[in-house]
Design a protein around this ligand. Structure first.
Ligand SMILES: C[S@@+](CC[C@H](N)C(=O)[O-])C[C@H]1O[C@@H](n2cnc3c(N)ncnc32)[C@H](O)[C@@H]1O
Length: 362
């Protein structure tokens, strides 16, 4: 079985590693490849089918897609791969005809029964003169026409039994069955408070991986709605976890989220200022934070002073490593270096249409 897995751009290697570990945990054999056909934010997993015997001694197939949906922290979607190709022309008429023919000639009937209602959800990225709705329509009609050979297909756009996912990323086309459903996995059910700049849970987990935590204390000194710390606590982290946030409204929201996640008692939330970090603790082993970027013009000019004061305080308390995200490359690099830290790792991560810089420092 082949799965197309989606995640954020720039963390494919970490997601690939996670999938490899999950396969090992479930005693499954498979091959995992990042960026299939050169597409960022995508992973292919080819997994050998595996069976087990239930309590009644009946042989059953292990549901690998459900297993990944339930256990992955870095993936966004788990899609049963049907087919993929490189579209030879991106001129609207020709591209849509090519997609129609390609879908019609693929083994749709092996993945969906004509008796099951279906819908097509689409995703498009790159330079095209047609929309994702055009793709959904053409793929939907190819599936309908193909299934018509077996009876009368049923389309249900609101509550389909089977969701086909069609993606066109530049000239690469993927078609599969979306086993995740309409809500991406990074939208965690515990998020009852919606911070205006909250981090995707998948990226929070990528930061946790990059930090290589060893059980020592962890703080997010500008924790917003608590995403990084809540995800850390949900992973069963045993060390001390401390969140600091300047604004009461967000701190209250972080507590509500932690309560919804069932980890409120595992996190110390402090109403405080990250530029006075040493007032709250003498030392901390790890600091992980998605820093304010100051996208609002009025606030942008405050960022250099904030970063400088924060990294200065951090230099008084940080024992091991820090992992930070920001769009402000020059400002953060100056603050890191002027306060005696070294950049150990840097990468770009796609987040909400932006490329953000991730740094590991010590
Ligand atoms: C980008 S947001 C963090 C979002 C968070 N990762 C989440 O997922 O909700 C940055 C946060 O830093 C907070 N902040 C700004 N200046 C601060 C300071 N001096 N001390 C503590 N928190 C601060 C902001 O109120 C905001 O909630």
């Amino acid at each position: 079985m082949k799965l197309l897995l989606t995640t954020s751009q720039g963390i494919e290697d970490l997601a690939k590693k996670e999938v490899g570990n999950l396969l090992k945990m479930a005693d499954l054999k498979g091959k995992v490849e990042e960026k299939p056909l050169g597409v960022e934010g995508r992973i292919w997993a080819e997994i050998e089918e595996s069976y087990y015997f239930d309590k009644k001694g009946k042989k059953r197939e292990f549901e690998i897609a459900s297993f990944l949906n339930e256990n992955s922290r870095l993936l966004h979607r788990v899609i049963l791969h049907i087919c993929s190709t490189k579209i030879s022309s991106l001129e609207t008429g020709r591209a849509l005809t090519e997609i129609y023919n390609f879908v019609f000639n693929s083994p749709i009937e092996e993945y969906a029964k004509v008796s099951e209602s279906f819908a097509v959800r689409s995703f498009r990225k790159g330079e095209h003169e047609f929309t994702s709705i055009d793709i959904a329509k053409i793929v939907g009609s190819a599936i309908y026409d193909k299934l018509s050979k077996f009876g009368k297909p049923k389309v249900n756009l609101d509550h389909p039994s089977v969701i086909f996912r069609a993606e066109l990323i530049d000239n690469v086309f993927f078609l599969g069955i979306d086993t995740t459903g309409d809500s991406s996995l990074h939208k965690r059910p515990w998020r009852v408070y919606d911070h205006p700049a909250h981090l995707k849970a998948s990226i929070a987990n990528a930061m946790i991986e990059l930090a290589e935590l060893d059980g020592g204390s962890v703080s997010d000194p500008m924790c917003g709605s608590g995403t990084i710390l809540i995800e850390l606590a949900l992973r069963g982290y045993e060390g001390k976890i401390i969140g600091i946030e300047k604004y009461k409204k967000h701190l209250k929201g972080a507590k509500m989220n932690a309560l919804a996640a069932g980890v409120l008692e595992k996190i110390d939330f402090i109403h405080g200022d990250a530029t006075k970090l040493s007032q709250y603790f003498e030392s901390v082993d790890f600091a992980l934070s998605n820093l304010p970027y100051g996208l609002k013009i009025g606030k942008k000019r405050l960022i250099p002073d904030l970063y400088m004061a924060f990294f200065n305080e951090l230099s008084k308390v940080l024992e091991k490593r820090g992992v930070f995200l920001t769009t402000e490359k020059r400002v953060i690099e100056t603050a890191i270096e002027e306060n005696g830290f070294k950049i150990k790792h840097h990468r770009l991560i796609g987040h909400g249409g932006l490329k953000v810089h991730a740094y590991v420092i010590s």
